[in-house]
Design a protein around this ligand. Structure first.
Ligand code: NAD
Length: 267
């Protein structure tokens, strides 16, 4: 018996084996869900199709989340093939490199709009199309980052996009709650992925997080997948509008300090 037996889940954002979306896909599959995948562009097709085969999924559709017609096509195909949707996972983000790094005041108007469109508005666009397919209730989730709450170096446009995503999560939860649709977001600690490679100084961030987080550990894609299973399954039946941190406790700290520096405090 799996925790997601009989559930149909649509996941946006698998780019390769390192994607957080792939960690979630694998865990959903292990728990008995039927997993449908949507990926960003043709260049990814040769990576994503073999991954879909690994989990026995024949639903793999390309969609650029900035295009309404692409999203319409994906949700229409879900309706035609399955007639319903139980779980929707948004693992999509993008900001131009020049809008992550440099100075915050230098973010361009169009770079800002692009980051917000791809990384935040797209959740609204997906939820709108998922709602009619979730007539028996459902679970919608996305991936966010702590830079939405506190200033993190270099996140800039993406930090603002994540703040929007977290607010969108709460408003969608209120809007869709009466229909039994829950909406939550997972705030994951830093993980080495394609998107993360675009963040200036990311390797240093990984090191620093591992050294200073209360649990002195990094987070894996599969561990994010475990929480996604909780949010997708009936285990979280009355949980909605939440930002759930999976970051080995990093977000509780008022001062981040390494063990060596902690020793110095006793001097
Ligand atoms: P990833 O590169 O594997 O995934 C990002 C995905 O966004 C890719 O599949 C990419 O194709 C997709 N995407 C970008 N523009 C798109 C568009 N226009 N249309 C459709 N898809 C588009 O990296 P990831 O780290 O697994 O990112 C997944 C999510 O997790 C993102 O929201 C990211 O911000 C979030 N997140 C990542 C970390 C981390 O440290 N890696 C931490 C917290 C949150």
């Amino acid at each position: 018996m799996g925790l997601m037996d009989g559930k149909v889940a649509l996941i946006f954002g698998v780019a390769n084996k390192n994607s957080i979306a792939w960690g979630i896909t694998q865990r959903f599959h292990e728990e008995g869900a039927t997993v449908l995948l949507s990926y960003a562009g043709q260049v990814l097709e040769k990576r994503v199709k073999p991954l879909a085969e690994e989990i026995g999924s024949d639903f793999v559709m390309e969609a650029d989340v900035t295009k309404d017609e692409d999203l319409d096509a994906v949700f229409a195909a879900v309706k035609e093939k399955y007639g319903r949707l139980d779980v929707l996972v948004h693992c999509v983000a993008f900001a131009r490199r020049e809008d992550m790094g440099g100075r915050f005041v230098d973010i361009s108007r169009d770079g800002f709009a692009l980051a917000l469109d791809i990384s935040a508005y797209s959740l609204i666009a997906m939820a709108k199309r998922a709602e009619p397919l979730m007539s028996e209730g459902g679970s919608i989730m996305s991936l966010t980052y702590y830079a939405a709450e506190k200033v993190m170096p270099k996140y800039h446009a993406m930090a603002v996009a994540k703040a929007a995503l977290e607010t969108i999560t709460r408003y969608l939860a209120a809007d869709l709650g009466p229909q039994g649709i829950r909406v939550n977001t997972i705030s994951a600690g830093p993980i080495k992925t394609l998107a993360a490679a675009g963040v200036p100084g990311f390797r240093l961030m990984l090191k620093f997080s591992e050294k200073t987080a209360p649990m002195r550990a990094l987070v894996s894609q599969e561990e994010v997948g475990d929480t996604a299973v909780y949010l997708a399954s009936d285990l979280s039946a009355k949980v909605t509008g939440e930002t759930i941190h999976i970051d080995a406790g990093y977000h509780i700290l008022g001062m981040t300090i390494s063990d060596e520096e902690l020793g110095l405090l006793n001097d």
